[in-house]
Design a binder for this molecule. Structure first.
Ligand code: 1GP
Length: 239
């Protein structure tokens, strides 16, 4: 059980997740990239993006073939589902007020998911303002949480937990210039009892240190690892 392993590690060990965007990383790069993730002890491989044009199914199968870590779908739309993964982060975009991203897409996907072997992990997905319009913001047509108002983020995360969501994912946006301010991460962490994932703009060991120190249980790295997979080894030393 993937979720059980996250619960077991939370508070004891920090976890690193590698995010693969199918439009940026083709199957040809998978053996090397996943090989480096394996050597670095990456805990999870996430696959997905806000807008994906390339087929996901064969890519997920290739990742699954090479990866020692569980492969989790991180879908921006129902078209990114694949039965070749181990699990699914079933994202509800609770920072926004677009019903399609809160429940609509889930209705479309529900029967496919029920008939799959995917472990479903319901996630409260919270987009935090980062100074520019992120792909998530644009594609979901939602407003991000203000980065200087931790109280709103805390209330949002609490509501997600009370609704029964199993993880909170604070998202600064793929390729964000800056990480989510550590102060807002720590406020959310102090107030919830479910594990916290943080991603967006983690480019250096110092960024990662700040995100972990602020309370993230799992940090997600996408662009930086796609540019240079060697960074995973350095990052894994902080996990
Ligand atoms: C985006 O949180 C992830 O969904 C990762 O972001 O690509 O900036 O690492 P980066």
């Amino acid at each position: 059980m993937i979720y059980k392993s996250i619960l077991d590690f939370s508070g004891r060990k920090k976890m690193l997740a590698l995010l693969i965007d199918p439009d940026e990383t083709g199957p040809d790069r998978i053996p090397d990239l996943i090989g480096q993730a394996n050597d670095s002890g990456v805990s999870f491989v996430l696959v997905g993006g806000s807008l994906v044009n390339k087929p996901v199914d064969t890519l997920v199968a290739a990742i699954k073939h090479h990866s020692l870590a569980p492969v989790l779908l991180f879908p921006g739309s129902p078209g990114q589902l694949s039965n070749n993964a181990d699990g699914l982060l079933l994202l509800s975009l609770i920072s926004g007020r677009n019903p399609e991203f809160l429940i609509g897409n889930h209705v479309i996907a529900a029967q496919f998911i029920k008939n799959s072997s995917l472990e479903v992990i319901p996630v409260g997905y919270m987009l935090v303002e980062n100074g520019s319009i992120s792909s998530v913001e644009y594609m979901s047509n939602t407003k991000p949480l203000p980065r200087d108002k931790p109280g709103i983020a805390v209330s949002t995360a609490l509501a997600g937990e009370m609704l029964g969501l199993k993880l909170i994912y604070m998202e600064g946006g793929s390729g964000a210039r800056d990480i989510i301010p550590p102060g807002i991460i720590s406020e959310v962490k102090k107030n919830i009892s479910i594990p916290l994932i943080v991603g967006g703009g983690i480019k250096s060991a110092s960024d990662l240190r700040k995100v972990f120190d602020a309370g993230a249980d799992i940090a997600v790295v996408g662009n930086a690892a796609e540019r240079d997979a060697g960074i995973l080894k350095e990052f894994s030393r902080l996990a």
